[in-house]
Design a protein around this ligand. Structure first.
Ligand code: ATP
Length: 478
């Protein structure tokens, strides 16, 4: 069997090298690809997502809408876990942070105050030769200077400017309807509710408000699957501080968020900070950092850590006429709080985690190669699969069903008795299920089961009674 294993290992290596040299990118306008690392092509993830029910193209039967997706049965579980884990670690385990859930539609003046009506624009250029479209700020420097298409070298058109805000209307009578917008970023609700939270929650500065919510952008170059969409979800922390403490809290949350991402990925070396250059910084920002992750698309932003100073609350004070200043209860000092913002994407996290977790590897038992999603057990959509060794032995089936019924009250459990046990393991590996419980003939004698672990395919024998605690210990975040 060794020659077969060697063959598979070599085949896998060749395949990885092939992928390394041939990153199948869906769109070429994104930033350039990182050199020479065996990264997973986006197509593999798109295909897995469709095949196994993670993500579907939206309105597919009508031909789809570019940059908009739906989440299937496994996708929604993964997404909920990602969201819940963020919420737990940002809101529930920090005494000085609370959460809100604001609406998608707000008063249109909000977007004037925030500067979105005036400034939320992308500059777009087209290649006169190959007709490809690019965001001007995503062009490599050389192409920008020479006005040259990065794909075919053709001449680029003059940049055109597009506002990214999606318009909508409130009211029914034509002529009396009010034009407003689907929010272009989720965080504005936090500034709008800041004063209400302050008064209703007895929070005192320094404190933070978190929110997870949908945002909408008329992206001119949507693409690369979930990476750049027109409807997507963001998570934000806005942390309000006294100006003298700004640097301290900025450093604190910057590191906190970096460690958070590091804790849920396998390829820790693919995570880094990128400091914004002087030309990227907003006029009020002393500094800003992106947490970037390296994929087949190159190093790309995953989350932004921003120094927002007193910009947002001052603007909303000015536009609404409401005083949003804070009075320190002890010193009686009155000031507009400064803000540290951490703003990331749920969908980008979803995509990056799949890219980070996906692997095709030869099976050390020598039968066939397997696709495995090495998702963190905290986030995996299905935590455990319960499998009777044979489906035609009634006692095995009833015992397995019984175990599944008990476990599903505690975590997402799947019962599966279709096909041979090896096939069933492969099915679970492919969706990232960290544990498979097999009920075999020994179970009927001594009430023990085999627990197979996904990554190393190691097996332990456990009493059925010990199962819930054993599994909970490993799939519950801490
Ligand atoms: P980019 O430079 O990639 O356009 P941005 O700087 O405009 O991103 P922010 O407005 O800071 O992004 O949004 C915060 C986070 O929201 C980003 O770090 C990213 O994870 C996510 N995000 C932004 N735009 C999109 C999009 N079109 N599709 C999916 N996620 C997005």
């Amino acid at each position: 069997m060794t020659w077969w294993c060697n063959f598979l290992h070599r085949a896998a290596k060749l395949w990885k090298n092939f992928l390394r040299r041939n990153p199948l990118m869906t769109q070429t306008e994104e930033k350039t690809q990182a050199p020479d690392t065996p990264m997973v092509p986006i197509e593999k993830i798109v295909s897995l997502c469709k095949r196994r029910g993670f993500v579907y193209p939206n309105s597919e039967i009508y031909g789809g809408v570019s940059g908009i997706y739906d989440f299937g049965p496994l996708g929604v579980e993964l997404r909920n876990n990602i969201r819940r884990y963020w919420w737990w670690s940002m809101v529930q385990t920090n005494d000085n942070v609370v959460g809100i859930e604001g609406s998608i539609i707000t008063h249109p003046r909000v977007w004037e105050a925030s500067g979105h009506i005036e400034n939320f624009v992308d500059r777009l250029v087209d290649c006169k030769n190959c007709k490809r479209r690019f965001r001007q700020d995503h062009l490599p420097e050389e192409n920008l200077l020479k006005n040259k298409c990065p794909v075919c070298g053709g001449e680029l058109t003059e940049p055109r400017t597009f506002n990214l805000m999606m318009e909508t209307y409130i009211g029914v009578v034509e002529g009396e309807r009010m034009k407003t917008y689907l929010r272009g970023e989720a965080c504005q609700n936090i500034y709008l509710d800041y004063d209400n939270v302050l008064k209703s929650s007895r929070m005192q500065i320094p404190f933070g408000i978190c929110q997870i919510g949908k945002a909408f952008r008329n992206e001119v170059t949507p693409g690369n699957f979930l990476f750049r969409q027109r409807e997507f979800e963001q998570w934000d922390l806005q942390f309000f501080v006294h100006p003298s403490e700004m640097q301290k809290w900025f450093d604190y949350w910057k590191q906190f968020r970096f460690e958070w991402y590091k804790g849920i990925i396998n390829h820790k070396d693919r995570l880094r900070f990128r400091a914004h250059g002087p030309d990227e910084l907003a006029h009020y920002a002393k500094q800003a950092f992106d947490i970037e992750y390296q994929t087949v698309l190159g190093w790309q932003e995953w989350e932004g850590i921003h120094w927002r100073q007193d910009w947002d609350l001052s603007r909303h004070s000015q536009f609404s006429g409401q005083d949003l200043s804070y009075t320190d209860p002890e010193t009686k000092e009155r000031y507009i709080p400064w803000i540290v913002e951490t703003s990331g994407g749920v969908d980008r996290t979803f995509l990056n985690l799949l890219l980070d977790a996906y692997e095709e590897e030869p099976d050390p038992t020598g039968k066939e190669s397997r696709t495995v999603l090495r998702l963190h057990p905290w986030l995996a959509p299905v935590k455990v699969a319960v499998l009777p060794l044979q489906k035609n032995k009634e006692e095995l089936v009833t015992t397995a069903r019984d175990i599944h019924k008990k476990l599903r009250r505690l975590m997402v459990s799947q019962y599966d008795d279709i096909a041979n046990i090896g096939r069933r393991y492969r099915r679970q590996d492919e969706i990232g299920t960290p544990f498979c419980v097999t009920v075999d003939f020994q179970t009927l004698d001594d009430k023990t089961v085999t627990v197979r672990e996904r990554d190393h395919m190691t097996q332990v024998r456990l009493a059925i009674d010990e199962l819930p605690m054993y599994l909970l210990e490993q799939v519950t975040w801490k």
